[in-house]
Design a binder for this molecule. Structure first.
Ligand SMILES: [Zn+2]
Length: 92
């Protein structure tokens, strides 16, 4: 990882370019999952009561990919995200 530029970001997460992200309280996708990670910085979403765990994030419409608030702030322009902070409102 000697790269100075951060094109690795959009390479590793090109499936997230241009998607709609909805702000939600994190919830496990299934009972077998007790945590998720931010797709970009690997911050942990969980409700295990652990220090540093995140409880709210931004997820794709299929709820398979989560992005933390910090990464949304840092990368929303680069990834051209459509941000929906009202979960009751469907944007498409
Ligand atoms: Zn993140």
């Amino acid at each position: 990882m000697a790269e100075k530029d951060d094109s690795w970001l959009t390479d590793q997460a090109d499936h997230l370019i241009g998607v709609t992200l909805t702000r939600r309280e994190w919830a496990p996708a299934s009972v077998r999952d007790d945590h998720d990670h931010c797709a970009l910085c690997w911050a942990k979403f969980a409700k295990l009561g652990l220090p540093g765990e995140l409880h709210v994030g931004w997820c794709t419409s299929d709820m398979r990919h989560w992005v933390c608030q910090q990464c949304v702030d840092d990368f929303k322009v680069r990834f051209r995200w459509v941000l929906n902070d009202n979960p009751n409102l469907e944007i498409d």
